[in-house]
Design a protein around this ligand. Structure first.
Ligand SMILES: CC(C)(COP(=O)(O)OP(=O)(O)OC[C@H]1O[C@@H](n2cnc3c(N)ncnc32)[C@H](O)[C@@H]1OP(=O)(O)O)[C@@H](O)C(=O)NCCC(=O)NCCSC(=O)CC(=O)O
Length: 480
């Protein structure tokens, strides 16, 4: 009964304007339309032609002006992901053997057992992949190795997206955005892509670095902003990756060993456009929250040298709480833009109740499943997914794409959310009209939320990074 009442409440409140319009139309029809076509014709006839012409020109000019100022709709035309070959696999046995052979960990038994424990409890499976350089002993952290990894992951992802977007070629790209946080070579990634694919001389190229795992959605937000004011038919290629070779930490500090355990190779390439032709998703609201003004948040993910002068990325123990806080702040802006009115009224009522009664009244947690069918949550680590699931009150099915992506691919940084989208599609769950919520976190600290609406499901959903393993997923994860 309560379920039925809730559904009825949502139906009435969310369709209030339509119900009002139908009631008004019915009332008008019952009373009779006050104007007749003859009456309007006589009135028009009585006006001076020059006045009618001026009015028509004015109306057309205002409409044109409004249309030009109205931001264009932006679409995700296609996306592709790097699918690592099995030779890059890093199963536990190999990782365990490697950490036992690392000279700097050999003397530090505590750090050694910590690294192994984290590997086992990380939520990563047996098939995640690391670059060739990690298979060397000691790991090859040279520029040449990083460049080799870059070319492999980026070019594979771009090849994949153009293989899917059959009607498009690299020559159709007007703007190129590449993001990678830790490694920035010269010439930069965008030049690498322009050189390889011989992009047009007039292509606009932007490179984002140092922005952590959140940079993929930041790049998509930037592409959206550009496309909203660009001439119709403009195409942007966004490439998101993190290059691991140069950032392997060879020290023994726990907080800096963690990235070695969590990060794995990956890349995604996404084509966006302001033309609806051939589009697969329509971009909805995008909200980015930065909390770098808070010292603790700013230092939460920090590249620095340890006390022995060895460079690495330090991940704070408070990272999950920081992510939860940043998401909360983001939702204050994002929620009202995406939630149905019925949920917003419930939030407003609980706020009012809290104000009137006491601070102990719990605020109503909106049900985001009324606004989205699918969730792609940055799978930064098992604890990050736990925190978001708990905070948003999501079910295990809602976070399945994130947990399975962490299991199969590890933390691939800024490309993760595209692997998660690919999971949902590979499972055949994406339907026309379905809404997707992408959430990413990154150094800064940053939290970005992007809403997507599916306009055309994939022609071949199994064709993607999950092609060779989707039949084995979801897998049962151990209870830790
Ligand atoms: C690492 C974990 C899988 C471990 O989970 P566990 O279930 O084992 O439990 P746990 O959290 O109690 O941690 C186990 C042990 O690790 C220690 N520990 C955990 N996190 C630590 C950290 N950052 N630094 C130092 N030690 C740490 C704990 O103190 C504890 O030690 P003891 O047992 O001795 O008390 C989880 O904590 C996790 O997912 N954390 C989040 C990982 C993360 O930061 N991801 C974001 C990556 S950055 C990113 O994605 C964005 C970006 O780069 O921009």
């Amino acid at each position: 009964m309560a379920k039925l009442l809730t559904a009825l409440y949502a139906l009435v409140v969310n369709n209030f304007l339509s119900i009002l319009a139908v009631a008004f139309a019915a009332a008008v029809l019952q009373r009779g339309w006050p104007f007749s076509i003859d009456g309007v014709a006589i009135w028009l006839h009585a006006q001076r032609p020059v006045h009618l012409l001026t009015a028509a020109i004015l109306i057309a000019a205002v409409a044109n002006l409004l249309r030009a100022r109205w931001p264009r709709d932006v679409y995700l035309v296609e996306y592709g992901c790097f699918r690592p070959r099995p030779c890059f696999r890093a199963p536990f046995a190999t990782c365990r053997e490697h950490v036992h052979l690392l000279p700097y960990l050999l003397d530090d038994k505590e750090s050694l057992s910590f690294a192994i424990r984290l590997l086992e409890r990380s939520g990563l499976g047996e098939e995640t992949c690391v670059p060739d350089s990690y298979h060397y002993m000691p790991p090859d952290r040279s520029l040449a190795a990083a460049r080799e990894e870059t070319e492999l992951v980026i070019f594979s992802a771009i090849d994949d997206v153009f293989a899917k977007a059959v009607a498009m070629t690299p020559a159709d790209i007007d703007v190129l955005i590449v993001n990678c946080s830790i490694f920035t070579p010269t010439p930069v990634f965008t030049d690498m892509v322009i050189n390889r694919y011989k992009l047009r001389a007039g292509v606009r190229a932007l490179n984002l670095s140092g922005m952590g795992c959140g940079a993929g959605l930041i790049a998509i937000g930037l592409a959206r902003n550009l496309l909203q004011v660009a001439p119709p038919g403009t195409h942007v290629l966004v490439v998101s990756t993190e290059i691991l070779s140069s950032q392997y930490y060879v020290g023994s500090e726990r907080a800096m060993l963690l990235p070695n355990c969590l990060f794995r190779m990956g890349a995604a390439a996404t084509i966006l456009s302001n033309a609806p032709e051939r589009a697969r998703f329509r971009l909805g609201r995008i909200v980015r929250t930065m909390t770098a003004a808070r010292d603790a948040d700013y230092r939460c993910i920090f590249q620095e040298e340890d006390d022995k002068g060895i460079r690495g990325v330090r991940l704070s123990k408070d990272l999950t709480a920081t992510a939860g806080g940043a998401l909360k702040r983001n939702i204050v802006a994002f929620g009202p833009l995406v939630l149905p009115v019925s949920e917003q009224i419930l939030v407003a009522l609980s706020l009012l109740k809290r104000k009137l009664h006491s601070k102990v009244v719990r605020l109503y947690r909106p049900d985001f499943r009324t606004a989205f069918e699918h969730f792609c949550i940055h799978a930064g680590g098992r604890a990050v997914i736990d925190e978001v699931q708990r905070g948003l009150g999501l079910s295990d099915e809602d976070v399945e794409a994130s947990r399975m992506t962490l299991h199969r691919f590890g933390n691939t940084s800024s490309s993760l959310v595209m692997y998660e989208l690919a999971y949902t599609e590979a499972k055949g769950r994406m339907r026309k009209g379905d809404r997707v919520w992408m959430i990413s976190f990154g150094a800064g600290f940053e939290c970005s939320c992007v809403a997507l609406e599916c306009v055309r499901p994939a022609a071949d959903p199994a064709d993607g990074p999950w092609a060779d393993c989707i039949h084995r997923y979801p897998v049962q994860l151990p209870h830790l």
